[in-house]
Design a protein around this ligand. Sequence first.
Ligand code: MG
Length: 327
Amino acid sequence: MHYKLEFSLYKRNFKQPLKTNHGIWNIREGIILQLTSKTGEIGLGEIAPLSFFGSETLSEALNLCHQLPKEITTETIFSIPDNLPSCKFGFESAWENIKQVEIGEKEELKHPNFYSALLPGGEAALEIWQQLWQKGYRTFKWKIGVDQIQTELEIFQQLVKELSTEINLRLDANGGLSFEEAKQWLEICDNLNIIEFIEQPLPVDKFSEMLELSNYYSTPIALDESVANLSKMQQCYQQGWQGIFVIKPAIFGSRAELREFCQNHPIDAVFSSVFETKIARKAALQLATELQPNLRKNRTFGFGVTHFFDQDRENSGRSRNFESVFV
Ligand code: MG
């Protein structure tokens, strides 16, 4: 099959900059792809790289789009190299989108308790969590490893005091803790019953230390940056990781290869967003929903991030007109 390829860049401002241990993030940029078949069927895809997480950069992704001919084949899509994982996801999504009618459209109807809502960092979390609770969210994630540990522990104690006991709280350090700080957090979390897991407490090069922590403490540890793409996940799996894997489908790589991995390895995993637009969000959630039954546990999807953007700049998502996708 031959498809006409069109693409366009998009930029989206965060309502408030997102602060993590990786730094401050103000603008989400990516590429929207459109494939058109000979018979006029259209498939949309999105390339949403996260280079500080180990994916290709936006300019590397853009280079690929410019280098490809105006008309591509299925073979072109499945021969994108592994060092362009977001491109692999974007092109495969567009290709799958052609074969389906309105993928993931039902996703819009899901209740917020289906998603984990990301809280803003620091003290702002104390102000916002109730609004999100009222919207129906029951799982929250809060970033740590951004400020001094004493400051964060103080806010955390207050947050835990305020939160309803029905809530699951996820903590995400983005690799920003030292071994001693990680032990301090895990000890505290072991004495609470609302912490679902701590995500990426230590940097990527501290795998054996995280393995040690996961064997010692009862609070589960989730690897995120360490398993940003398929080959990294395979490595950690082979090195004996029994904890949680965070899978960000939009930067993970081939959809087909992720399917194959999940079908053959019953892992404990959480699917998570990279602040993509509706195009990749639908494609990622559709894949997550499909793969969830293969997983060891049914964990809430980490896609409760739409409150970080102004919704009115997006279209309804119903239109398949390329031009109407916000840019
Ligand atoms: Mg994370």
